[in-house]
Structures are given as structure tokens and as C-alpha cells.
Write a protein of this length. Structure first.
Length: 158
């Protein structure tokens, strides 16, 4: 009887194992879903990588900007410590040199002398196109009668 119960138990277990379905092969839609999941994972990894690189770029740009500002401040401080020197702002027109180019050296000296210094050199210049009023009133921004003028807007004076 024990032997019969043992044989019956083994045959029931074998029947249950035989009744389990084999793992299904993915069909057309299963293959598409797998491909889509893999593509989404790859896309997400790429986006995350780009985001990290962008964050690092922003951090690096900020560090460079801080360094540049600090360097500019140091240079301005060094100029300010030079004896009898200074940077001045103004609007001195550069006259035309014999070759037709603007002579901004003379304009920088004039700007510095106007601020009480003996002389200087230009640091920054501004160029503007100057036209008669008729040109502007006709709706144009340039044309006949217009010419370019250059001004010294900052100078290092001594």
C-alpha cells in the first residue's frame, strides 16, 4: 500500500510537470515591445548623460567667469595703484589723419588733458555713422551724406 501511494504520488507530480506550458516565444508584438523598451532605456541613458555633461559645462563656465572677473578686478586694481595714472571715461572725437584713418592717439591725449592729466592712450573706442537729418526723416539709416565718426570713450591717463 505504501508502494502504491508512492507510485501514485510520483505519477501525479509527473502529470503536473507535463501540464505546465512551455515558455511562450514572443510574437510580433512581443518583439516590438522588447525593441521599444530597449530603445527607451538607451534614450534615457543618453539624456541623463547629456544632462550631466550640461551641468558640468555650466559649472565650468561659472568657474571661468568668476576667474575672468577676478582677473579684471586685479588688473583694474593694479592700474589704480600706479602712481599718477587713472582710467577716464569720455567722448572725444578722433580727427582724420592724413591717410584718412581716425587719429585716436590725439583724441586720447585730449581726453586725458581735459580730466587734468598730462597725456594717455586709448582703451576703448566707439564708432558711429552720422547722417544728415534728411536721411533719417526719409526713413533710411544710411545713404548719401553719411560718414563714420570714431570716438575715444575710455583712456588710460598718466
Amino acid at each position: 500500500m505504501v508502494l502504491a501511494a508512492l507510485i501514485l504520488g510520483v505519477s501525479v507530480a509527473a502529470a503536473q510537470d507535463a501540464a505546465k506550458p512551455a515558455p511562450a516565444q514572443p510574437g510580433f508584438f512581443g518583439t516590438i515591445k522588447g525593441w521599444w523598451d530597449q530603445t527607451a532605456d538607451t534614450w534615457n541613458a543618453g539624456v541623463n548623460s547629456a544632462q550631466k555633461r550640461f551641468e558640468n559645462l555650466g559649472h565650468d563656465a561659472g568657474a571661468v567667469a568668476r576667474s575672468t572677473v577676478d582677473t579684471a578686478k586685479d588688473a583694474a586694481d593694479a592700474v589704480a595703484r600706479l602712481p599718477n595714472t587713472g582710467m577716464v571715461r569720455g567722448h572725444e572725437k578722433c580727427k582724420a589723419a592724413p591717410n584718412g584713418a581716425p587719429d585716436c592717439v590725439a583724441a586720447a591725449v585730449a581726453l586725458c588733458k581735459g580730466k587734468g592729466f598730462d597725456g594717455g592712450s586709448s582703451l576703448d573706442m566707439t564708432t558711429a555713422e552720422v547722417c544728415p537729418a534728411q536721411v533719417y526723416l526719409s526713413g533710411r539709416s544710411s545713404g548719401e551724406g553719411c560718414h563714420t565718426e570714431t570716438f575715444v570713450s575710455r583712456a588710460l591717463c598718466k
